[in-house]
Design a protein around this ligand. Structure first.
Ligand code: 5GP
Ligand code: ZN
Length: 113
């Protein structure tokens, strides 16, 4: 999608602080970190949100989760991490390209909202 920020980051048209990349997935540090480790994992193919995952495109979401696990190993997040994917307005999704937040590096609040 030509006007999508994360499509532009995935294409290298907008720079990012890359932490992981393979053919299907890019991960980079969040520009406004909410924890010592705050990484965004995105598919290079545009999907609006987790709410748009279907049997036809679920392999793309699976590639993202495989990348999450690989990043957790590479970054040695053995104390744990939180994985968040905001979907839609009430969840506060600001970028309409599916992404997964990896938060780690500090004990995280138990609250989910
Ligand atoms: P959302 O609120 O949609 O779940 O998450 C979007 C995230 O993208 C936010 O945490 C925000 O800080 C991050 N973000 C927005 N624009 C940019 C950008 O240009 N570069 C990077 N690295 N992160 C961004
Ligand atoms: Zn996009």
């Amino acid at each position: 999608m030509s006007d999508c920020l994360f499509c532009k980051i995935a294409a290298g048209e907008i720079p990012s602080d890359k932490v992981y990349e393979n053919d299907d997935v890019l991960a980079f540090n969040d520009i406004n970190p909410q924890a010592p480790v705050h990484i965004l994992v995105i598919p290079k193919t545009h999907i609006d949100s987790v709410g748009e995952v279907t049997p036809e495109n679920s392999h793309i979401a699976a590639r993202c989760l495989e990348a999450v696990a690989e990043i957790a190993r590479e970054k040695d997040l053995k104390n744990g991490f939180r994985l968040i994917s905001n979907c839609g307005e009430d969840a506060g999704q600001t970028v309409k390209h599916m992404h997964f937040h990896i938060l780690a590096g500090i004990p995280l609040d138990e609250k989910v909202k």
